[in-house]
Design a protein around this ligand. Structure first.
Ligand code: NAD
Length: 316
């Protein structure tokens, strides 16, 4: 077991990423070192849990003091689909608590912050394929605007105050443990559930729209690897590109058909199609590979086998 000073707090810990990240961190640092928190009530969580609305900064601070928190994985956020429906809440929720944490890091009350950005920071004026780390960022969505602003705050607090804030631009994340939370890439999670339950799926993304995606196991491993890297190895203090794998709904359906031969897919693109089209189809993550050893273990076929196997077991 690795040692760490103080405790780790995870906000938004009942969500798609937090559920799995909490378990992984507890395995590495010990159960008594990890505190889960969320605005929702938790039933049946394996670790210490605090109900926390991250917009309540007083309550946020008292939980940090009470548990002697030194590291925060700040995951609470409104995702891309839901942000478009409520821009002012998205701005407040995605920025105010992050700035609050940046100030705690500036004052050395906490040592380290992980804050996730997203491929939603990309937009017009860049190539569709193999988008590099340093390209013009022109997000076209509310969510993307909040993520771009957040990245800039992370960099500002590092450059001006040495605050150790680390970030990854996650692509769409695919996992079986918790339901997806309202993102544009959620079709690639829903499709597995429907494949098992009904043998068919109607995709809200068009058949040939490729987006970068990542299996959750690889996302968690990358997140922990970034947080454990020596600070001086990190050349990016906005947010690291993470490419994962790129595929279309049609290609994913073909991978599922190898496991469930009769699987059928139809397409009924909704408002999320425009969001998907504003994002890159593939991402260059060579800087993360070089700086802190980013690596992946899954491809579309092994991920598909893993998703279907785990969902079958979960349902039985
Ligand atoms: P999710 O929606 O599954 O989970 C977010 C959690 O935050 C939920 O459990 C929700 O109850 C909680 N929450 C919402 N409002 C809150 C509040 N006011 N106070 C405290 N908790 C609150 O999201 P996720 O997929 O786990 O994403 C976590 C982070 O990763 C977010 O910042 C998201 O933008 C980023 N991200 C996710 C993906 C993805 O594909 N899942 C991709 C890119 C970036």
């Amino acid at each position: 077991m690795e040692t760490i000073t103080g405790r780790i707090l995870i906000t938004g810990a009942l969500g798609q990423i937090g559920t799995e990240l909490s378990t992984a961190l507890a395995e590495i640092y010990g159960k008594d070192k990890v505190i889960m928190s969320d605005v929702r009530e938790a039933s049946d969580v394996p670790l210490t849990f605090e109900k926390l609305d991250v917009l309540d900064l007083e309550a946020f601070r008292s939980i940090i003091d009470k548990h002697e928190v030194k590291v925060v994985y700040h995951l609470a956020s409104l995702l891309s689909g839901t942000s478009e429906k409520n821009p002012s809440l998205a701005w407040r929720l995605n920025i105010d608590p992050l700035l609050f944490l940046c100030n705690l890091a500036k004052d050395r009350i906490i040592d380290q912050i992980f804050w996730p950005s997203s491929i939603a920071v990309f937009g017009r004026g860049i190539p569709k394929e193999n988008v590099g780390q340093e390209v013009p960022l022109n997000p076209s969505t509310v969510y993307g605007i909040t993520k771009l602003a957040g990245e800039k705050w992370c960099e500002y607090y590092y450059r001006n105050y040495g605050a150790d804030i680390r970030s990854i631009r996650y692509p769409g994340l695919i996992s079986w443990k918790a339901p997806a939370g309202g993102g544009t890439t959620d079709y690639a999670v829903e499709i597995y559930h429907k494949a098992l339950e009904e043998g068919r799926y109607t995709s809200f993304i068009a058949e040939n729209t490729a987006m970068p995606m990542l299996y959750m196991d690889d996302a968690i491993a990358a997140t922990i690897r970034l947080m454990q890297a020596p600070s001086e190895a990190l050349s990016v203090r906005t947010s690291y590109n993470l490419g994962g794998m790129s595929f279309t709904p049609k290609q994913l359906a073909a991978a599922i058909r190898q496991e469930i031969p009769g699987f059928e897919i139809t397409y009924a693109p909704d408002f999320r199609q425009a969001i998907a089209e504003s994002w890159p189809a593939s991402i260059d993550d060579s800087v993360a590979r070089k700086d802190w050893g980013l690596a992946y273990w899954y491809n579309i076929d092994s991920m598909t086998r893993g998703m279907l196997e785990n969902l079958r077991v979960k349902a039985s």
